[in-house]
Design a protein around this ligand. Structure first.
Ligand code: ARG
Length: 598
């Protein structure tokens, strides 16, 4: 069975611990770790030290007891005791061969190629709050990060069997819409009679013009304020203009989502919760959580202080009676818990909103709305900087339009591909093939570069580096995939029709190393499901493709298409095919489409 080796080892050690020290003895899955140094083994059990503490015994004695008790015959060689009481575990070739042989053929009708993996953890409903730009303006790079990270996390959770709802919590409400509505009425009066006709080429410029009018004319500002009042009181005509604006802005967003192949994002903006705000705050008031302070309704939470050390309130209703961003987020949590039935809420939002989410989560905990099984997580990310390390801006200091950025990446990929074509004459690609490759490589490069960095670090957007065929980049990974696929083509073999029951044998050390890398895929996924770090997957894929390169190398690796006897050839071809499937599946989990030829 192809499954999570770490989890299997964990189960066996749990049994051994309970058998040796009683059913009540504590056990922690985290005591099984991959070995840092493969010379010592593949995994390590390091629970003897904590167990020694709680059982008041010597770690070495515990290690010896467990080494004798644990049943690992079908997985590994007998564990070796090292240092103060670590147990080193080395998977057997037979275990690896059996695990890989059991991988079934790809299911054609499934979105994900799970390689036959089954996740026996309980599944849950997860909401991923992602992308979520403000509709008043153009999407910016922060939203690109949120979109790319959110999509990857959502796919990984779905892969592991969870039900995921991706929510686009767009900013479609607030006083700035009064200004935009007034500008629309002045500049595009036809929008009133024909809202669908609205087309704004440049949302950013439109916003700037509206702001200029607002700051420059008292009459305009008065009308803008009035529009806010009309909007809030549900005036039909005002709502129609507002809706026309939001729809147009959403069209801009969706042009980008289409380009990025983001298809399951549900637009459910702030305005969706308007009707629920009063009831939400009322419920918290009834629970005694809301106090009036300086005319505003506030929630005071322990541990939140301002710079002067005074309590820092979470304002939910301003002194003018308007509900705010926090109130909307409280209502959204309520909806997600009660209507959607989610038990895990993930917010993919930049670091600057850390305090907002910390307070939101504290308020939710205090309210008792979320049971102890509910996880609330702010997946905070750092900034994307320009190649010079400065904030990401156009040359004249403006915001970079995402659409332009992505198109530039595709263009740059095209240039890189044309240059490579020059060196290699036997690959004649058609114009449409080149275009498809450029899109996959260009967009893949942007996504991959974003996901290779640990989330909280700022990183430089460096087109040259992300399009390089060397290092841990999308082009490298896509090329690694295409190359494996071409091995099959060159040998006249269709990988997709290899008999999926042909036994895999593991002999050569490059084969062992490759098999071990493939076998790690399930635990990598499980880890990300737990701690939501997609860069663990990019690192894994890079290591996997390096292991493949060694296996395929004429000098350090093995013969493949001309291997003998036939059973060995078949085994190695299957290893190629499974490696390709793992890379393809992994890249898909990062939101990246593979290409068959490069
Ligand atoms: N619209 C916000 C922004 O552009 C992000 C919203 C994040 N999601 C949320 N539920 N607060 O900064």
């Amino acid at each position: 069975m192809f499954s999570n080796s770490m989890q299997r080892l964990g189960d066996r050690f749990r049994q051994a611990v309970q058998m040796s020290f009683g059913d009540e003895c504590p056990f922690d899955e985290q005591w099984i770790k991959p070995c840092n140094d493969p010379r010592f083994g593949d995994y390590q059990f390091n629970g003897a030290l904590p167990l020694a503490k709680s059982l008041k015994k010597k770690p070495r004695d515990i290690a010896e007891t467990l080494a004798a008790a644990v049943e690992l015959g079908d997985i590994s060689a007998p564990p070796e005791i090292a240092g103060p009481g670590f147990l080193n575990i080395r998977l057997t070739d037979a275990y690896l061969a059996e695990a890989l042989t059991s991988i079934p053929a790809e299911q054609a009708d499934s979105e994900y190629d799970r390689l036959g993996l089954q996740f026996d953890d309980e599944t849950e409903t997860v909401v991923v709050d992602m992308s979520s730009p403000n509709l008043a303006k153009e999407m910016h790079v922060g939203h690109l990060r949120s979109t790319v990270i959110g999509e990857s996390v959502a796919r990984i959770l779905e892969f592991a069997g969870h039900t995921v709802e991706r929510v686009n919590h767009v900013g479609d409400w607030g006083t700035q819409f009064g200004m935009l509505i007034t500008q629309l009425r002045d500049v595009n009066p036809q929008v009133i009679s024909d809202p669908d006709s609205l087309a704004i080429g440049d949302l950013e410029a439109f916003y700037v013009e509206a702001k200029k009018a607002f700051d420059g004319s008292k009459d305009f500002a008065d009308r803008a304020r009035q529009a806010v009042v009309q909007l809030q009181s549900g005036d039909e005509e005002t709502l129609a203009v507002w809706r026309a604006f939001c729809n147009e802005s959403l069209r801009h967003c969706h042009a980008i989502y289409d380009l990025l192949r983001i298809s399951k994002l549900v637009d459910r903006g702030e305005s969706f919760y308007n009707e629920q705000l009063a009831a939400t705050v009322q419920e918290l008031t009834d629970a005694g959580m809301v106090e009036t302070s300086d005319g505003a309704e506030c929630i005071f939470l322990d541990d939140f202080k301002n710079r002067d050390g005074n309590p820092l309130p979470m304002i939910v209703r301003k002194s003018d009676g308007g509900f705010n961003y926090s109130a909307t987020d409280l209502a959204a949590v309520r909806h997600r818990l009660r209507v959607i039935g989610a038990t895990r809420l993930i917010y993919v939002v930049g670091i600057p909103q850390q305090q907002h989410f910390a307070m939101l989560f504290a308020a939710i905990r205090k309210s008792g709305w979320a049971g102890s099984n509910v996880r609330l997580e702010h997946l905070a990310f750092g900034s994307m900087l320009g190649a010079d390390g400065k904030p990401f801006k156009t040359r004249d200091g403006g915001t970079v339009k995402l659409k332009n950025l992505l198109e530039e990446a595709v263009q740059a990929a095209r240039t890189a591909i044309d240059e490579r074509q020059g060196d290699d004459d036997d690959r004649a690609l058609s114009e449409s093939q080149k275009q498809a490759i450029s899109e996959a490589v260009g967009l893949g490069a942007v996504k991959y570069a974003d996901l290779t960095h640990s989330l909280t670090t700022d990183y430089r957007f460096d087109m040259k580096q992300m399009l390089s065929f060397e290092g841990n980049t999308a082009p490298y990974m896509l090329y690694a995939y295409a190359r494996i696929r071409s091995i099959g083509r060159k040998a006249g073999i269709d990988f997709d029709t290899l008999p999926s029951d042909a036994p895999i044998t593991i002999e050569h050390d490059s084969e062992v190393a490759l098999a071990k890398m493939i076998a790690r895929f399930p635990e990598v996924i499980s880890q990300i499901v737990r701690d939501l770090r997609p860069n663990v997957l990019t690192e894994y894929l890079y290591e996997l493709s390096k292991a493949f390169s060694r296996f395929y190398d004429r000098r350090h690796g093995v013969r493949i298409t001309d291997a003998e006897p036939e059973s060995t050839r078949m085994s190695r071809l299957r290893l190629c095919q499974i490696t390709a499937r793992t890379i393809k599946s992994g890249l898909y989990l990062l939101g990246i489409d593979t290409i068959e030829q490069m």
